[in-house]
Design a protein around this ligand. Structure first.
Ligand code: PMP
Length: 383
């Protein structure tokens, strides 16, 4: 088996999370919205306990947590759910970035077809968006600014704290896609002044298929988002559908573990990164980091092995490590990374670039062994 180094696509589930979920699947039956019997009440207790666990890591109120199927859905609700408000106030201008996940970019494009105007701000070679570039686009009719916290391809941390501050005296909603940072940049997330925030459990040791949209109340009122599908009053009517109790319990447990362990986890991840950097330095290969490392997250490296085809490198290293050259949702066929292109990286450099991402449970010894093999493969492939 090869070592798994594609955590940004999906991280393995934590065994403690799995135990909680199995227990719920075995012992809790019923619909959390059934009022008429104890089974419903039992399921509701599990859901509300998990809601508290999610709220606790963000230091928010538990009624500000809306369970969804994951960040794709959360991003869709955050953008599409504002349509009615936008039409009624005639605020139809959105600012986002060209390096967002497709769940934001494609939703923004769909809104453009429905009469919205969207400005896409690009980063420079550092991979980081400038606060000034975002703020210079704000207009009277700006409805929303949507910027991700950590980019999934480069691991570059975006200045969402500063953007949130700058937007304080403007009547503009602020959405943060925190899918990659949730449970990791814990203290920073507690300070950011956002109205809406998206996350997915499977990036932090929770199960796939569950996530949340956080809606911060201002003066006791939610941001003006509406449901984008119909069929029930669950989750304040914003996300109808039967709540998946075991998945929600798993998300809650993953948040509880992350809140207790994130400092140690981040240290462990940084140690892997430091090891990787020193091995790269000693490798004799010509390489370049994509994105300024001063802003990079401790779990991700996007690196160009100059003169090496990334496709060939992934194929030749498949047996001992699983890496990628872009986001999983774009990787069915090879497409030049739109994130790296937006940063202004030349195409030949992009074609030689791979993303390596790991987590707190990545074993140092195993990592060192497989990264050494990867470097040897790269050496053989240089043309
Ligand atoms: N936003 C970002 C930044 C992501 O990395 C991902 C997952 N790759 C998503 C949104 C979508 O998450 P999910 O597929 O769990 O809905």
């Amino acid at each position: 088996m090869s070592i798994y180094l594609d955590y940004n696509s999906s991280a393995p589930i934590d065994e403690r999370v799995l135990d909680v979920m199995v227990d719920v699947y075995k012992n809790i039956i019923g619909n959390a919205d059934s009022r008429t019997h104890d089974y419903g009440e039992g399921a509701r207790k599990i859901v509300e306990h998990a809601r508290k666990q999610v709220a606790s890591i963000l230091k928010i109120n538990k009624d500000e947590v809306i369970f969804t199927s994951g960040a794709t859905e959360s991003n869709n609700i955050a953008l599409q759910g504002l349509k009615e408000y936008a039409y009624s106030t005639n605020k139809k201008h959105i600012i986002t970035t060209s390096i967002e996940h497709k769940a934001v970019l494609e939703t923004a494009k769909a809104l453009q077809k429905q009469g919205f105007e969207v400005d896409y701000v690009s980063p420079d070679l550092s991979g980081r968006i400038s606060v000034e570039d975002i703020m210079s686009k704000v207009r009277e009719d700006t409805l929303l600014v949507s910027v991700m916290h950590v980019n999934n391809e480069t691991g570059i941390i975006q200045p969402v704290y500063e953007i949130g501050e700058a937007l304080q005296d403007r009547e503009v909603l602020f959405h943060v896609d925190a899918t990659q940072s949730f449970g990791k940049l814990v203290e920073e997330l507690q300070k950011i002044q956002y109205n809406m925030l998206s996350m997915s459990a499977h990036k932090l040791g929770g199960p796939q298929g569950i996530g949340a949209l956080i809606l911060r109340k201002q003066k006791y009122k939610f941001p003006p988002v509406k449901a984008i599908m119909y069929g029930g009053q669950q989750e304040h009517g914003i996300r109808p559908g039967t709540l998946p109790v075991a998945l929600i319990a798993g998300l809650g447990k993953a948040c509880e573990i992350a809140e207790e362990e994130y400092k140690d986890n981040n240290r462990r991840c940084q140690a892997i990164k430091d090891k990787m950097k020193s091995m790269l330095e000693e490798s004799g290969l010509t390489y370049k980091y994509n994105g300024l490392q001063e802003y990079a997250f401790p779990t991700t490296v996007n690196v160009c092995f100059c003169g090496v085809s990334s496709e060939a490198l992934m194929l030749s290293s498949k047996e001992f490590c699983s890496i990628s050259n872009g986001a999983a949702c774009n990787s069915k066929s090879y497409n030049t990374s739109y994130v790296l292109l937006a940063m202004g990286i030349p195409e030949d450099q992009i074609e030689s670039s791979v993303r390596i991402s790991w987590g707190y449970d990545t074993e140092m010894v195993e990592f060192e062994k497989s990264f050494k093999n990867l470097l040897e493969s790269a050496r053989r492939l240089v043309w």
